[in-house]
Design a protein around this ligand. Structure first.
Ligand SMILES: Cc1ncc(COP(=O)(O)O)c(C=O)c1O
Length: 426
């Protein structure tokens, strides 16, 4: 008899209450459906399946083979691509495997500056990517908050990287993939798009399509795509690897084979088949009309939120958004991101402090907060609700030292959000 743990179930209930009654504005979060949660918590967690469908190192894989093959086929259909690996345990794992497959130790990479909204795995010195490879960065224009493609071209000509990385964690504008590909071709670099954040919007054609232009695309599955926590690597078209890397049978002559082997055995062991099943369901859901309606609303809500803040005199980096997130610049409000995050959390409004471009403070303090609409749109919030959300945030930030006011906002938030059931529970 297995003794029942009474503590963790209680804590899960506590977390469920927090998620239900609060406003989730962290741009990288979302709420999965009950069927995705069920797959992620299923018996599939029991199965070891090192290798790929049909080529496993363990027996008893015939069912998970069907599951993983379906996940691959659905992801290929969703993004209209030729090749996908659905095994990376996370976005960072996908990026690590890709870099291992494509780069040699010490190769130069050119990515978007972490301090302007880039991601750790794009060359930060505190991450494997900045330790194993020589990293260079481009940033945004100080006045406009936009990346300027001319600057990327100039940096690429100066540094001659082996890979140019596009994609971000906190950039609210779209990417010019044809321009980036032209730059990559000019300097002889590979082009990689990390679409961890906007994958859902890209899948529905709401943002520029990276696939025809980028040699490689990586993504997470848990942000706008609204699947389980995880990653994947995709290629619009497989191509012959230019490194002449082959095994004895010459079997690694395609990039797909190099990438597959960089995931396993290169950087991971057994794939998480319960999560792969949940990814398959997420791709299935993402091909429905309801999901399209959802992401259209995510983008609409972000635009409305940005405009409502600007109408109240707030500065938004780049003065708006094309995608699902925005960066609130609090410098003119004499508030740090840390102060804002803490006060908003006291009102059950969950955000994250974030550096703004050219920030003069540290990542622990910051001058901004990042806000995203993917999660609250899943809860069912639409235009009118977004205006109310902005009103609540404004009240908290204007009354940052007034516990009574903040408590009042919390009560209003909790009461309001109880009307929008969590999709994760039946
Ligand atoms: C652009 C980008 N790439 C990669 C990741 C890493 O994903 P994970 O947290 O699943 O490792 C993130 C996560 O925030 C991200 O924003």
């Amino acid at each position: 008899m297995i003794k029942q743990d009474t503590i963790i179930p209680l804590l899960i209930e506590k977390e469920k209450k927090r998620q239900t009654e609060g406003l989730e504005l962290i741009a990288s979060e979302n709420f999965v459906s009950a069927q995705i949660a069920a797959a992620a918590g299923s018996v599939l967690t029991n199965k070891y399946a090192e290798g790929l469908p049909g080529k496993r190192y363990y027996s008893g894989c015939h069912v998970v083979d069907e599951i993983e093959s379906l996940a691959i086929e659905r992801a290929k259909t969703l993004f209209n691509v030729e090749w996908v690996n659905v095994q990376p345990h996370s976005g960072s794992q996908a990026n690590a495997a890709l870099m291992m497959a494509v780069l040699n130790l010490g190769d130069k990479i050119l990515g978007f500056n972490l301090a302007h909204g880039g991601h750790l795995t794009h060359g930060s010195p505190i991450n494997f990517s900045g330790k194993l490879y020589q990293s260079f960065f481009y940033g945004v224009n100080r006045e406009t908050g936009y990346i300027e493609w001319q600057e990327v071209a100039q940096k690429a000509r100066e540094t001659k990287p082996a890979m140019i990385i596009c994609g971000a964690s906190a950039y609210s504008r779209d990417w010019d993939y044809p321009q980036l590909r032209a730059i990559a071709d000019e300097v002889g670099a590979f082009l990689w798009a990390d679409i961890a954040h906007p994958a859902g919007l890209i899948s529905q054609g709401l943002l520029n399509n990276p696939f025809p232009y980028c040699h490689f695309v990586t993504s997470t599955t848990h942000k706008t795509l609204r699947g389980p926590r995880g990653g994947m690597i995709l290629m619009a078209k497989d191509f012959e690897n230019p490194f002449g890397k082959t095994n004895k049978k010459g079997a690694l002559h395609h990039m797909s084979a190099l990438l597959d082997s960089a995931v396993f055995p290169g950087t991971q062991g057994g794939p998480l088949e319960h999560i792969i099943a949940a990814k398959a369901i997420a791709c299935y859901e993402a091909m429905t009309k309801d999901y399209k309606t959802y992401v259209i609303q995510v983008q609409k809500n972000a635009k409305i939120m940005a405009q409502a803040f600007m109408d109240k005199g707030y500065k938004i980096v780049s003065d708006g958004t094309d995608n699902h997130l925005l960066l609130l610049d609090l410098t003119q409000k004499n508030l740090s991101g840390k102060q804002a995050e803490t006060a908003l959390q006291a009102a059950d409004i969950t955000t994250n402090k974030n550096l703004i471009p050219f920030d003069t403070t540290s990542p622990q303090v910051t001058s901004g907060i990042r806000l995203g609409t993917a999660a609250i749109t899943t809860r069912g919030l639409v235009e009118g609700d977004i205006l109310l959300v902005v009103e609540w945030i404004d009240r908290v930030l204007k009354n940052i030292a007034d516990d009574f006011q903040i408590k009042k906002v919390k009560q209003e938030v909790n009461k309001y959000m109880r009307n929008f059931p969590l999709t994760t529970v039946d």
